[in-house]
Design a protein around this ligand. Structure first.
Ligand SMILES: [Zn+2]
Length: 374
């Protein structure tokens, strides 16, 4: 018996080491080598990717997601905060619109502006306002598009770093990645940086009023150009970085997550839930650190004007009504909403939302890296 038992025990021991070796090192090492993955400290890898096998198409999508750059995301936030809170109607708001447009053009986009009127509170004189957008034109189906949005105006007298430079920079960083000459998209993708969100979604309402009826119209006829491609989905990003629990703690909460919300009480609730699910799945597959959750009370953001017309969702650090509305973010609309208020763990929650949206839209719109020589 002795002679039999010892080899069996040793065999089992060797087998178990082999099994551990097979399952542990490759995944962990690959993730630690990626510069876009944070130092997680005590947090540990969250296993978001665990158990999901990648197809060839998933791996191709991951290559695009890996082109998002964490430091560049932070730099874009810093660039926006140089204009202070960018309150609508101010010179610093107008300068920020110009700056956003300059960035988009530097990546090769043609930009356009929406012009609309806004009547400030306490006045009866409408004043002109502007907001900028750019489009990645689809190669195969240019007449259909997804809209990625965030609002570039802010308030509170600080720098509106989280509300909503964090969302604006997210949309811009995705635009930068998709501008690469070797990236093609079957459908069109529009990057819209709304103004006048804080005064009642006036910028996004103006867009819907001016352009909903122009959807899918080829102009000029036969040109293959669609000034307003048919809307397939609208994905809004508003306050992306701070999930410190409630009561609020000093550090990013260990269970911090990306909140994907649709509005149950809307004409397109079913379609919006399907879009939200696509984002939830994209997060599970392609986000590096923070998971996502989905709920049904989207509110107070620029996806609202769209929600009865097209699938519409918002991504946030917290659920707007139950968490943000219950003071989960003490810097909301305060002078303390400054770039320096946030740590890398905060910036990384926004960055994980960028990974989530890019991965989802890559699948939905049919984005791919075109091999050189083709
Ligand atoms: Zn906001």
């Amino acid at each position: 018996m002795r002679n039999f038992n010892i080899p069996l025990a040793r065999t089992l021991q060797i087998l178990s080491i082999l099994v551990l070796w097979l399952f542990l090192p490759s995944g962990v090492d690959a993730q630690q080598e990626n510069p876009n993955r944070p130092e997680l400290g005590d947090r540990g890898l969250r296993g978001i990717l665990g158990g999901v096998e990648f197809t060839v198409a998933d791996s191709a999508r991951q290559q695009l997601v890996d082109r998002l750059d964490f430091e560049n995301y932070k730099e874009l936030i810093r660039g926006l905060t140089q204009f202070g809170d960018r309150e609508q109607g101010t010179a610093r708001n107008a300068a920020a619109v110009d700056w956003i447009e300059d960035q988009l053009r530097s990546w090769g986009y043609e930009t356009e502006r929406i012009h609309y009127q806004y009547t400030p509170r306490g006045s009866d004189q409408p004043e002109p306002r502007e907001e900028v957008f750019a489009t990645k034109v689809g190669d195969g189906m240019p007449g259909e598009m997804y809209i990625l949005g965030a609002h570039m105006d802010g308030r509170g007298g600080g720098e509106a770093a989280n509300d909503d430079a964090s969302g604006t920079a997210l949309v811009m960083e995705i635009a930068r990645v998709l501008a690469a000459p070797d990236v093609g998209s079957n459908r069109s993708i529009r990057f819209a940086l709304w103004n006048n969100e804080e005064t009642g979604l006036n910028g996004s309402y103006a867009y819907v009023e001016q352009r909903a009826s122009r959807q899918g119209v080829e102009d000029p006829v036969g040109s293959g150009r669609y000034p307003e491609p048919t809307w397939l989905g609208m994905i809004q990003h508003d306050m992306m970085m701070w999930d410190h629990g409630n009561p609020v703690t000093y550090n990013q909460a260990l269970d911090a997550d990306v909140d994907i919300e649709f509005q149950l009480n809307s004409e397109m609730a079913q379609e919006s839930a399907v879009l939200a699910l696509a984002l939830l799945n994209a997060n599970r597959m392609h986000a590096s650190d923070y998971p996502a959750v989905m709920s049904n009370a989207m509110s107070n953001t620029d996806s609202t004007p769209f929600m009865d017309l097209v699938a519409s969702v918002s991504l946030r650090e917290n659920r707007r009504l139950y968490e943000t509305g219950n003071r989960a973010n003490p810097h909301w609309h305060q002078p303390s909403d400054l770039f320096v208020t946030f740590s890398d763990a905060d910036f990384r929650l926004g960055f994980n939302a960028a990974q989530t949206t890019l991965a989802a839209v890559t699948k939905l719109a049919g984005v791919e890296i075109i091999p050189s020589g083709n």
